[in-house]
Design a protein around this ligand. Sequence first.
Ligand code: ATP
Ligand code: MG
Length: 385
Amino acid sequence: MKENVIILRYGELYLKGNNRAFFENVLIKNIKHSLKDFTFELKKISGRYVITGYNDYDYNMIIEKLKRVFGLVSMSPAFEFPTNIDDITLKCQELGKELTGTFRISTKRADKKFPIKSDDFSAKIGEIILNSNPNLKVDLHNPDTNIIIEIRENGQTYLLTKIIYAHGGMPVGTAGKGMLMLSGGIDSPVAGYMMAKRGLSLSAIHFHSFPYTSLQAKEKVFKLKEILEDFTGKIKLFVVPFTKIQEAIHINCYEEYIITIMRRIMLRIAERVAKKYNCGAIITGESLGQVASQTLESITVTNSVVKDLPVFRPLIGMDKSEIMQISNDLGTYETSILPYEDCCTVFLPKNPVIKPTIKKATLEEDKINLEYLIEEAINNLEVIE
Ligand code: ATP
Ligand code: MG
């Protein structure tokens, strides 16, 4: 017996009062976009969506896509049919014949017109199942299978046994747009994932130092963007040529401050590009104390160049192991660990400053033609749709 629909449950949208229609519309749009390669229909029932009319052979792929739609909390394949005691009984009986081990019945009677109370109905159906499959046992607390009978207000009954969890969060696009500073490392894709999960759609900016960094390093970033897009929808990627800036810093600035200056320039460029392309925030993968450039003092000195936008650092309080776990779950880890050098590893100082000051950083920056270099880099950025 194969289920004929997929029930989708969403979470926090409940909290959104008058804005709820807006959140729901975005969520529906995102669901449809994620399933654009499949035939299906989507309908709304009270508090849920139901996917129908899909091809059985697409089922697994559809589930994989839906798992990545933020805003969805869980889903269940289900049998949908018009509410009718005989049909419910028959279906449960058929289902019972396929089961082994222990089970329970949970009836949820949203349709109060249905004449039998939930618990009474569960007991009655449980008995019928036991009679038709005597190998089964009832276990109300920890059953192998929980057969859920949802009798809904729309006159339909849904019969289900599986709950598949999705990532939750808010629909992408309901919170505005953020500019993700995307390196080829482990952290920044996770940072992007976490902010998209709170409803931000993403653009991304990557600093590239060809020929010090290879084309493969750039392709790795394309690949990371692609994996993220499964969760976030389309990401516009800006690739900024960073070679001249790095050379200028390397030649002119005090070695210990190279990374600090580089970070400050990256952030300045990121903010300008973000504003030009309507992003309301910058996102980085920084985690407090992870490396010299992420001490409180370093973050203070780099953050101080950002004028207008908030900088979101969703990983700031996380351990590397926690970040790696998420990276694994979302599927970027294997790509992130490919050994292509990042522009931050080029001209790396032996002892990067751990407690920089804004004053010294500014003095170092006075040694290069900062404004000209920034303008030039922005003028030459490559936009990848
Ligand atoms: P990641 O794993 O994200 O590369 P990391 O642990 O290597 O992070 P850093 O190299 O110090 O840490 O970078 C801190 C943050 O700065 C990154 O998470 C990213 O948001 C941004 N960043 C670093 N290098 C680049 C780059 N080449 N292009 C764009 N953003 C970058
Ligand atoms: Mg890095």
